[in-house]
Design a binder for this molecule. Structure first.
Ligand SMILES: NC(=O)c1ccc[n+]([C@@H]2O[C@H](COP(=O)([O-])OP(=O)(O)OC[C@H]3O[C@@H](n4cnc5c(N)ncnc54)[C@H](O)[C@@H]3O)[C@@H](O)[C@H]2O)c1
Length: 389
């Protein structure tokens, strides 16, 4: 038996599109799920644009005020695809109204907000999800499986980068549509919350809690024209951030993120080095996971010989995470499919009485690391993250 779940999508930008596509595709590729998302309401502040988007994607109705959406009895799930400074108020109100809540990352502007949001969600006891969708890249999910199978052994090093190049020009304004990422009041932080939050979520999922950090940030372009005021104003976000980390399992990490790496567009990479093996991934080559095996897990024998080397695994076989829901082996999936996979995990967990991951609680832990990174950069010292190990 199937069950309709009425979705209200807040925001019709980049994520509005990615999420709408996921709701539309879910039942086609994961037909075993009981829940069938129905595109009920699209909410955006500009009614003309909201209507056009709603028509393109097949939403039944349009609202211009998210409060009205939450009041509606015909809405089950509120999906927050709006800029970071709006997440807390909307998520708390939605939870209090008993709605299911799916929220974009970073969960909040800071960890105090993330805590309040998580508490509201837990008090309401509503199913919740935070869209750390990179966990649902099949190659990253395979990396998680390899770690769970104990094929890496004792972890020593975790190395992450998240590099882009789109703010190098001093002519790029700050604030307003699509450029809100450069405005501290809307974004909370720069690359730390926008890009490193993804790296931190992936790192803690694969390698456990980050306990301590020491960081360095830089803002290369100090002033930019603000689109909304027309004034040249100081840039208060971090353009680049690097930090060292200690994990609760005794390993060390390095994290680097910038929007000033000429030629790098969405260069999200990680490498994990352990006693028995290593893993390496690059989102600009997303179908592949590289694996180096030093010790065979089944026999515990060392496998170093003249044919030892890195294996570049094309993660498209039926045996690989998610891939039995898509095409035949060798046929790849793309960026948009990670959102479908994330949604499938969410409903699968709800239907089987499991905790959906990543949820608000997970995203709050990531927010604690972001806060610690920014504090460390400001005070130039090591900072404990307070992440629950
Ligand atoms: N998971 C990911 O990989 C990923 C990727 C991109 C963005 N994000 C996150 O998604 C969120 C949105 O980012 P985006 O790139 O889609 O931004 P965007 O600028 O493309 O779209 C934001 C949308 O929110 C709308 N909006 C703003 N304030 C609103 C309000 N008060 N009520 C209703 N609508 C409002 C805007 O009009 C726009 O439609 C951010 O939190 C961002 O960090 C996540």
């Amino acid at each position: 038996m199937t069950k309709a779940i009425n979705v209200a999508m807040l925001g019709y930008g980049f994520m509005g599109k990615a999420h709408s596509n996921a709701y539309a595709k879910l039942a086609h590729f994961f037909p075993e799920l009981e829940h069938r998302p129905k595109l009920k309401v699209l909410c955006g502040r500009n009614e003309v644009k909201a209507r056009a988007f709603a028509e393109t994607w097949g939403y039944e109705s349009v609202e211009t005020d998210w409060r009205k959406v939450i009041e509606r009895d015909d809405v089950d799930l509120i999906d927050i695809g709006t800029p970071n400074n709006t997440h807390a108020e909307i998520a708390i109100a939605a939870a209090k109204a008993g709605k299911w809540v799916a929220c974009e990352k970073p969960l909040a502007m800071n960890s105090a907000e993330a805590k309040a949001m998580t508490q509201a969600i837990q008090e309401a006891g509503v199913p919740n999800l935070v869209w750390y969708n990179y966990r649902s890249v099949p190659a990253i999910a395979l990396a998680h499986q390899v770690v769970q199978e104990k094929r890496i052994g004792r972890a020593f090093h975790y190395r992450a980068t998240y590099l882009q190049d789109w703010t190098i020009s001093e002519e790029v304004p700050q604030g307003g549509a699509t450029l809100w990422r450069l405005d501290q009041d809307t974004a909370g932080s720069g690359v730390t919350g926008d890009l490193l939050a993804h790296s931190i979520d992936t790192a803690m999922w694969l390698n456990g809690a980050i306990t301590d950090v020491v960081a360095c940030t830089e803002t290369f372009v100090k002033e930019r024209m603000h689109q909304e005021t027309g004034q040249v104003q100081p840039v208060l976000i971090d353009d680049a951030c690097m930090f060292l980390a200690r994990f609760s399992n005794g390993s060390m990490g390095t994290f680097e993120s910038t929007r000033y790496a000429r030629g790098r567009k969405n260069f999200n990479t990680f490498e994990l080095n352990g006693a028995d093996g290593s893993l390496s991934f690059n989102l600009e080559d997303p179908q592949y996971l590289s694996f180096y095996e030093h010790t065979r897990q089944d026999t515990q024998s060392k496998v170093e010989d003249h044919l030892t080397g890195w294996r570049k695994i094309h993660v498209t076989n039926f045996e690989h995470p998610y891939m039995d829901h898509w095409w035949v082996p060798g046929c790849t999936i793309g960026y948009e499919h990670t959102f479908v996979n994330t949604l499938a995990d969410f409903f699968e967990a709800v239907e089987n009485g499991k905790r959906p991951r990543p949820d608000f609680e997970d995203a709050w832990q990531t927010q604690k690391v972001c806060d610690a990174v920014l504090l460390s950069a400001k005070e130039q010292r090591w900072v404990e993250t307070g992440v629950d190990a």
